[in-house]
Write a protein that binds this ligand. Structure first.
Ligand SMILES: [Zn+2]
Length: 427
C-alpha cells in the first residue's frame, strides 16, 4: 500500500511536502517525495489529500484506569487530588468502572492519533482491557510499597509481570512508583530486573517540592499520612537530591565499577514529571540515557511551578510529552499537550531548542525512546512498524515551509483523520 499526503513528517529525516509512504507486511518499505514515486506505484496509491502524515503518536505516561474519574476532581495540589482519588476508588463498582475507563481512554487516544501508550496500572489489570485493543501498549506493573494492594515488593512485581500475556503489540513494563513510596533497595532491584529482562522501566521522580524536601532528609515534609506509611516501610534517610538518589539506585543495580557505571549510563527508561530539579541535578541527569516525561496540562492542573523544560533541553536531556491521567488532563490528545507547551512555555516563539518540529519529535521518537521502542516505532523509516497517524492540515500553509506546517498542525491540534497500527487502518 502506498499513501500520499500533502505533508509527511518522518521525524528522523526532513519533512517532505507532497510525500509518500510505502507500507508492506505491516512495516514501512520506503518514504520519499511523490515526485520520486514511479508511474507504476502512483497508479495504486491512496491519496490522503490535505493531511500531515506522522508516525503514530506515542504517549509514554498515562494511567488509563483513572479515565472514569475525568472531571470529578478539582484542580489543585497533588496531595489534595490524591486524597480525593483514594475516596473515589473506594466505590464498590471500582473494578468494572476502571476497566471501562481503560477501554474509553485507549479509544480516545487512538482517535487523537496515539498508536502506542505507556500505561501504569495500580490494579495490574489494565492489560485485560488492552489485550484485544488495536493500540500498541506497554502495560507497566507498578511497584508501590505503601499501597494496600500488591505489587508492594519485587516478588509481587514479578508475579504481576508474569500475568501479562505479551504479544507483538503488548509489552509488560516495570514501574517503581516513586522514591518516597518505594524503598531505595527495591527501586534498584526494579532497575536491575528491567535491564535483565530488557523491559521498559519508569518511575515518578521529583514531582513535588515536598518529595524533594523529603529526599533531602526532611522526613516531615510529606503529608502526615504518607510520612507515617513511609516511616513504617523504612523509606527515607536519603539526604540527597533527586538525581543523586537516582544515581545511588543505579549504582546499587549495576555496581560501582567501570562496567557498572557504563551500564548505568546506558540504562533506558522514563522519569515522569521531574518538575523540581535544579541546574546541578539537570547536569547530572544529562549524563544518563533516561528520558524525562513532562505532562504539560496535568502539570498546570496540579498548580506546579514552571517546569524546567528549557533548562533540560539546554543541558541535552531528552524530554518527551505525556498526558498523565484523564483525572487531571482534559483529553488524551498529545497534539494538544504540544500546543500547551507551544503557547505557554515557548510562548509561540521558535527557539533553536524548542520549535514546532521539535515538539512533534517529543510526542513520537523521543517518547518511543522513553518506552525503549525507538528501534521499532516513533519515526517513518524503512523497516520500522507501519504505525501512522494522519491529521487534517490547514490549506493556508505556504508550500515548502515545514516548520510552518508543523506550527499550524500544533496550533489546530485536531483529532486524527486516519490511524494505522502495523499497517492496518484502525481509525
Ligand atoms: Zn503518573
Amino acid at each position: 500500500m502506498i499513501v500520499r499526503a500533502a505533508w509527511v513528517f518522518p521525524i528522523d529525516a526532513p519533512a517532505l511536502a507532497d510525500g509518500a509512504v510505502h507500507i508492506r507486511d505491516g512495516r514501512i518499505e520506503w518514504v520519499r517525495p511523490w515526485s520520486a514515486v514511479s508511474a507504476e506505484d502512483r497508479a495504486g496509491a491512496a491519496d490522503l489529500g490535505g493531511v500531515a502524515l506522522l508516525p503514530g503518536l506515542v504517549n509514554p505516561h498515562a494511567h488509563l484506569e483513572l479515565s472514569c474519574y475525568a472531571g470529578q476532581l478539582a484542580p489543585g495540589p497533588l496531595w489534595t487530588w490524591l486524597a480525593g482519588l483514594l475516596k473515589l476508588r473506594e466505590s464498590p463498582d471500582r473494578v468494572e468502572r476502571e476497566a471501562q475507563g481503560v477501554r474509553d481512554g485507549a479509544a480516545q487516544a487512538l482517535l487523537h492519533g496515539t498508536t502506542c501508550i505507556g500505561d501504569i496500572s495500580r490494579t495490574g489489570s489494565a492489560w485485560r482491557s488492552l489485550v484485544d485493543s488495536p493500540i500498541r501498549a506497554v502495560c507497566f506493573a507498578e511497584l508501590l510499597t505503601l499501597a494496600a494492594a500488591p505489587p508492594r515488593d519485587v516478588d509481587e512485581l514479578i508475579d504481576a509481570l508474569r500475568e501479562v500475556p505479551q504479544h507483538d503489540r503488548l509489552i509488560a513494563g516495570i514501574s517503581a512508583h516513586a522514591p518516597y513510596t518505594v524503598p531505595a533497595a527495591a527501586i534498584a532491584e526494579s532497575i536491575a530486573l528491567a535491564a535483565r529482562m530488557e523491559r521498559p522501566w519508569c518511575a515518578h521522580w521529583a514531582e513535588t517540592r515536598e518529595e524533594v524536601a523529603f529526599l533531602s532528609g526532611m522526613s516531615s515534609a510529606l503529608p502526615p499520612p504518607i510520612a507515617a506509611l513511609a516511616a513504617a516501610a523504612g523509606i527515607g534517610g536519603h539526604a540527597a537530591s533527586p538525581v543523586a538518589v537516582l544515581e545511588q539506585a543505579l549504582e546499587r543495580a549495576f555496581g560501582a565499577d567501570v562496567d557498572g557505571r557504563r551500564r548505568a549510563r546506558a540504562f533506558v527508561g522514563a522519569l515522569a514529571h521531574c518538575n523540581y530539579l535544579d541546574r546541578e541535578d539537570i547536569a547530572r541527569l544529562a549524563r544518563l540515557a533516561l528520558t524525562v516525561v513532562y505532562c504539560p496540562r496535568a502539570h498546570e492542573f496540579y498548580g506546579h511551578e514552571a517546569h524546567p523544560l528549557p533548562l533540560l533541553l539546554e543541558a541535552g536531556v531528552r524530554v518527551a510529552l505525556g498526558t498523565d491521567s484523564l483525572a487531571a488532563a482534559p483529553s488524551m490528545s498529545l497534539l494538544q499537550e504540544a500546543r500547551h507547551v507551544w503557547r505557554r512555555v515557548a510562548r509561540g516563539r521558535h527557539s533553536v531548542l524548542l520549535h514546532p518540529e521539535r515538539l512533534l519529535r517529543m510526542i513520537t521518537l523521543d517518547a518511543a525512546r522513553a518506552l525503549r521502542l525507538d528501534d521499532r516505532i516513533g519515526s517513518l523509516r524503512a523497516g520500522k512498524q507501519a504505525d501512522l497517524a494522519a491529521f487534517p492540515i490547514s490549506p493556508d500553509c505556504a508550500p515548502g515551509d515545514a516548520l510552518e506546517a508543523a506550527r499550524l498542525l500544533i496550533e489546530a491540534a485536531p483529532p486524527a483523520c486516519g490511524v494505522w497500527v502495523d499497517g492496518v487502518r484502525v481509525h
